[in-house]
Ligand binder design. Structure first.
Ligand code: DQA
Length: 158
């Protein structure tokens, strides 16, 4: 079964309370329930984690590299400046989709750059929580097209 890892970065646990005009009233718990329901509908396994810590996010990416077929990440503000998270994604060699609830290009200047975008397959920004559901559909497509890494044929094994 296709395995997809979703990572929510810093302050996303505050959704439903923080800057509601920008991020809406929906809580992270509600978003996660929608992601789980969509994953079930698509017939894939999803694991969702949230962390406010850069180091923890890097560890989550490292373990996703070993277990998952695709990564969906909203790195929050880290997306704008964390070269360490960028490097972790590059090292993971996992098809990665960057998600932002708000349209980062329509906001403050410092949000208009993502250091993660160059190592992601693509970015979904500005569609609210729907962005995660769009990403999930795309993740399934990316994971299905992923070459299967297999060992040498059994006849060549010693
Ligand atoms: C965000 C956009 C970031 O600029 C911000 O720091 C966030 C949320 C989004 O989902 O729109 O925390 O990643």
């Amino acid at each position: 079964m296709i395995k997809i890892q979703v990572i929510h970065g810093p302050n996303l646990n505050m959704l439903g309370h923080r800057e509601r005009k920008i991020y809406g009233n929906i809580s992270l718990l509600e978003i996660d329930a929608l992601i789980h329901a969509e994953a079930e509908r698509l017939g894939v396994q999803v694991r969702i984690d949230q962390s406010n810590s850069e180091a923890e996010i890097i560890d989550l990416i490292h373990s996703a590299a070993l277990q998952a077929d695709c990564l969906i990440i909203n790195a929050g503000a880290y997306a704008h400046y964390s070269y360490a998270i960028r490097d972790a994604i590059a090292a993971a060699d996992l098809p990665t989709i960057e998600v932002h609830l708000s349209n980062i290009y329509a906001r403050e200047e410092f949000r208009r750059q993502s250091v993660i975008a160059p190592v992601a397959v693509g970015q979904i920004t500005g569609f609210g929580y729907n962005g995660y559901l769009m990403a999930l559909a795309e993740a399934v497509r990316l994971a299905s097209n992923r070459p299967v890494v297999s060992g040498p044929p059994s006849s060549t094994r010693s």
